[in-house]
Design a binder for this molecule. Structure first.
Ligand code: SF4
Length: 593
């Protein structure tokens, strides 16, 4: 899928490329024993998205469509399974440790739940000022470590470049290195396969042993069982039972030990069998080789045939030797190459300019309080509340505190995860207005994750519609919301409640079953619910593609242009034969198309 923004704004702040996040499902013991492959929930699957500086991109879709997971991966609160994430052209997934923490100030998150995301033990100035303290620590770390990183990076670059030049000058070394690498790869692969087989055996053994341990008597019964066993053993000794048979008495009382013993014997036998097989295989190969050599020796050929074969052999050896001989370079060519090497060596990267970053002083509580007092009015709160606790505020107040916490470090991107879901309509409008004003003042970009399409219409420049981990439609807000093309977008918009008395009795819903996100089948994920689905939809994955004549409006539907003209009401009206209405609408549109 591709989600290139309009060409008018060519400065991408954030780019995701085939971003993927799978959550593996823990396998049951039966699956482990049955060696069934692991399964995973495909929460985000191959998402390409671009967010420009100062732009708002809305993410809408049903619950479970992957909006929040995508936001969390972008903020690196989740590690991705695959794909790339670039922020101002820098690979974010390559950042680790201090570098990652230093980068985090660029992207802040306003969480969905303003109650759970604010620490109730901290006062407002502490909650809002916490990122300042973290940022100060990171800046101090950065000032100390950045010069070291620059030097390290330069040394690595020079080392790699020298190696490349050396190999360019000595093609024989290059060939040898290639062969050695290939050989080592082969050795490593064989060792890996052997280790994996052994690990599988050990794992199966451990699982089986764990099952056997479940047969152990309960701890409260253990003493009684041991007493009964000892009594039975005494009786057996008195009756003159031979020691070998006495073990069976133990097994009668402790079946878990019997099972353990059996499993351990089986495991040992399997190991021994494998070793024996390997040895036998080696022996067999050696023997076969010897026999073949002997047989070849005994085979007598007529003298003329012998002569012919010998001549053939000599020719072959001659040709092979010639081919194997290293081509000798003429001295002038040698000199030319050497000069070339010296010239190339001069192109080594110049020494870096080591940045001199002054280490900022540690931020004090008084400074934090002052900065927080300056930040609170930005979100419509009074500085007088510095010493109050979050629980003393209404939902709207807490959401403003969350917003102030995100803003205080001057981020370039804020991920707003349902920022208005818990608020009444008046407060929603206040918060949204404030977001728009802040964006104008500071040029912040937003990713707005929401179910509230009206908020998207009001705040966002572009909107991406997500369904089961994928973006199915993306484009300018007006274009997508007023002229939706993808059947899912149409259905989603049609299902919105409308304050219109004429439509009060009309109910809309998306029919069909939602396919599972666990290892989804190939093909369009909306196909089980789509009235326009046909055979090709089950087989081919739709790709997000620009519409003809509207490159900024992209749709992932194999029949996009055919279904574009069907109205949402025709598509999903329920009552009076919903299925017939759907099909009629679909076929009517197709006939027209
Ligand atoms: S690709 Fe087929 S199933 Fe998927 S939305 Fe388009 S028409 Fe419906």
């Amino acid at each position: 899928m591709s989600a290139t923004p309009p060409a008018a704004n060519p400065s991408p702040l954030l780019e995701t490329e085939a971003l993927t996040k799978y959550f593996p499902i823990v396998r049951s013991i039966a699956e482990v024993v049955g060696r069934k492959p692991g399964r995973a929930i495909h929460a985000v699957d191959g998402v390409n998205l671009v967010v420009n500086a100062g732009e708002t991109v809305g993410l809408i879709g049903e619950s479970g469509s992957g909006k929040t997971t995508l936001g969390w991966v972008v903020a690196r609160l989740h590690d991705p399974t695959d794909g790339a994430l670039r922020f101002e052209g820098k690979d974010v997934f390559a950042l680790e440790g201090g570098e990652l923490r230093h980068w985090r100030r660029n992207v802040q998150v306003v969480f969905q739940d303003p109650v759970g995301s604010l620490d109730p033990r901290l006062k407002v100035w502490q909650v809002v000022g916490e990122p300042l303290r973290a940022q100060n620590q990171m800046e101090r770390w950065f000032a100390r470590n950045e010069p070291k990183r620059v030097v390290r990076e330069y040394r690595t670059k020079v080392r790699k470049e020298r190696e490349r030049l050396r190999l360019e000058y000595r093609p024989d070394l290059k060939a040898r290195q290639f062969l050695t690498t290939e050989y080592e790869k082969g050795v490593a692969q064989r060792a890996k396969a052997r280790d994996e087989a052994r690990r599988r055996l050990d794992r199966d053994y451990e699982v089986a042993i764990a099952r056997a341990d479940k047969m152990k008597p309960a701890p409260e019964d253990l003493k009684r069982v041991e007493a009964e066993y000892r009594a039975a053993l005494e009786r057996a000794k008195k009756a003159g039972m031979p020691p070998k048979q006495r073990q069976e008495i133990l097994y009668q009382f402790r079946p878990d030990l019997k099972e353990r013993n059996r499993l351990t014997n089986e495991y040992d036998a399997e190991l021994a069998r494998r070793t024996k097989l390997r040895t036998e295989e080696e022996k067999r190969l050696g023997k076969e080789f010897k026999v073949a050599r002997k047989a070849a020796k005994k085979r007598k050929l007529p003298p003329e045939e012998k002569k012919r074969r010998y001549a053939e052999y000599r020719t072959f050896v001659k040709v092979a030797r010639k081919a194997a001989r290293k081509p000798k370079l003429p001295p002038e060519e040698k000199m030319r190459r050497y000069e070339g090497y010296r010239a190339l060596a001069k192109t080594l990267p110049p020494p870096p300019v080591i940045p001199k970053i002054p280490v900022p002083p540690m931020i004090s509580n008084a400074q934090i309080r002052r900065r927080v007092a300056e930040a609170l009015p930005l979100v419509g709160l009074m500085p007088a509340i510095l010493d109050q606790y979050p629980h003393e505020f209404s939902g709207g107040g807490r959401q403003r505190i969350s917003l102030a916490r995100a803003l205080i470090v001057n981020p370039k991107l804020i991920i707003l995860d349902e920022p208005t879901s818990a608020l009444d309509v008046a407060v929603q409008a206040q918060i949204l207005n404030r977001l728009v004003e802040l964006q104008r003042e500071r040029g912040i970009a937003y990713i707005l994750i929401t179910h509230n399409v009206a908020a998207v219409r009001f705040v966002a420049d572009r909107v991406a519609v997500m369904y089961l981990g994928q973006i199915v439609e993306l484009g300018p807000v007006r274009e997508v919301l007023e002229r939706p093309v993808h059947p899912y977008t149409k259905a989603l918009l049609a299902a919105l409640p409308v304050a219109d008395v004429r439509r009060r009795r009309t109910r809309y819903r998306i029919g069909g079953d939602i396919p599972t996100l666990v290892d989804p089948k190939p093909g369009c994920r909306f196909a089980p619910r789509c009235p326009f689905a046909e055979d090709q939809c089950q087989l081919n994955d739709p790709v997000l593609q620009p519409r003809p004549g509207a490159p900024s409006h992209q749709v992932a539907c194999l029949r996009a242009e055919q279904v574009a003209g069907v109205s949402p009401a025709d598509l999903l009206q329920e009552g009076g034969g919903a299925a017939a209405t759907l099909k009629a609408a679909a076929s009517g549109a197709l006939a027209a198309g």
